[in-house]
Design a protein around this ligand. Structure first.
Ligand code: ACO
Length: 376
């Protein structure tokens, strides 16, 4: 039987999943059937992680005990901190995160044949420790002392505390919390697929997350927000936006943070982030938001009818910059959130596993002679 090759598996379902859903035409994203915009307004990252990984919203007592578990798992073993100290400070934080997560798994047996309870414990541990690893590497590489998470803070609050060494104000904490909610899952993207493939071999969840991290680190997946920020900085002021964007359009150069394989209208996550970018820009001298608005206006007038609209990356860089994050932290923040989605997919895969073993279209030769070394 000849099966047609679909490059990049575009449009090919690879699993049945109840974790998240996207309607690209209507611009809708749901986690377990609940609209992302409602979750962004009313929920917390901890609650959304529970929802994704357990499949339903927690009761009050379930949420409290889940938050307690996350807090009690948020510290790193000193040997992991020592390992992070050995990594080059000019290395990319995504590589440090991938190395540390793989190493953390060595401390928590069993590696294989986990029971349902052990899978859940490992999932909580990974959600809790990912943000601590990102913040610890960031502190250590800029020469600051490592500090321990504060048990009374939320995961978003602790992340900001660990990075900045002081407790965040409530608005900063809430905005980061919303960013984490918005990035927690997005159906069958490259990193989620990578994690599911590794999970299908029954490899342990630390390997699952570290392979998903490797996939996320590539420039075609995480990171267009860095390019969007670079564009806004290069434009420099609102009056220059039209010249730059018109030139990009004329030269068919892609506008970073615009367009999406699935969304053919404004990405619902971009809508929420735009609101927060505006709120933060109101308190800052930074012209990035005003420039972004102008770029959006010109680019939508040109491309909107073609279905090319702002995606999640268009405004997120502005929000992160205003929250004080270095540009290299943008993709790791994505990972801090997405680890919940990856694990939700891993837990789902584990319930009904079948090893991924696709096929190929062989285009090589057959029956070639072996030419002895001296005769080649
Ligand atoms: N600016 C201008 N034109 C665009 C843009 C853009 N940002 N995105 C797509 N187009 C145009 C292409 O030039 C192409 O035009 P053509 O038909 O005249 O040749 C058409 O739209 C289709 O483009 P593709 O790249 O084939 O669309 P695809 O669905 O494969 O790509 C992608 C989606 C990769 C996100 C693309 O829109 C892009 O490169 N955007 C810029 C980078 C970006 O923002 N990435 C983040 C995506 S969100 C995320 O991953 C978290």
């Amino acid at each position: 039987m000849t099966v047609e090759l679909i490059p990049g598996l575009e449009g090919i379902p690879i699993a049945e999943s109840g974790v998240s859903f996207v309607d690209g035409k209507a611009g809708v994203l749901e986690y377990r059937g609940i609209n992302i915009e409602e979750l962004a307004e009313k929920s917390s990252f901890e609650e959304v992680s529970y929802l994704l990984m357990r499949g339903e919203l927690p009761s009050t007592s379930e949420l409290v005990s889940f938050q307690d578990e996350l807090r009690s798992n948020s510290r790193l073993k000193f040997r992991i901190v020592e390992l992070i100290k050995c990594l080059p400070e000019n290395g990319h934080p995504m590589d440090a995160l991938q190395a540390a997560i793989a190493a953390i798994g060595m401390f928590y047996p069993p590696r294989h044949n986990l029971t349902k309870e052990q899978r859940w414990e490992a999932s909580m541990r990974l959600v809790a420790k990912t943000s601590t690893v990102v913040a610890t590497f960031e502190r250590l590489r800029r020469g600051d002392e490592q500090i321990a998470p504060k048990p009374e803070l939320s995961l978003a609050g602790n992340f900001l505390y660990l990075l900045n060494g002081k407790e965040p104000d409530a608005i900063q904490e809430r905005i980061l919390d919303v960013c984490l909610i918005l990035h927690a899952d997005h159906t069958m993207n490259a990193s989620t697929f990578a994690g599911r493939v590794v999970g299908s071999t029954l490899a342990d969840p630390y390997c699952v997350v570290s392979s998903a991290l490797g996939a996320l680190s590539g420039p075609l997946h995480g990171g267009a927000n860095e390019d969007a920020m670079a564009l806004f900085s290069k434009i420099g002021s609102v009056k220059n936006a039209k010249t730059t964007v018109d030139r990009m359009i004329a030269e068919k150069e892609k506008i970073p943070g615009f367009g999406h394989r699935v969304y053919k209208t404004m990405d619902p996550r971009a809508k929420v982030l735009k609101k927060y970018a505006e709120e933060l820009a109101g308190k800052s001298d930074n012209p990035h938001f005003e420039i972004a608005l102008e770029v959006e206006k010109i680019a939508v007038a040109q491309y909107g009818e073609k279905g090319i609209w702002p995606n999640v990356d268009f405004y997120s860089g502005i929000v992160y910059t205003e929250l004080g994050f270095a540009t290299e932290c943008f993709t790791p923040i994505f990972a801090v959130a997405r680890v919940a989605g990856w694990l939700a997919h891993w837990l789902e895969q584990a319930e009904n596993n079948r090893l991924f073993r696709p096929t190929q279209k062989y285009v090589g030769q057959h029956g070639q002679p072996y030419v002895p070394l001296g005769e080649r």
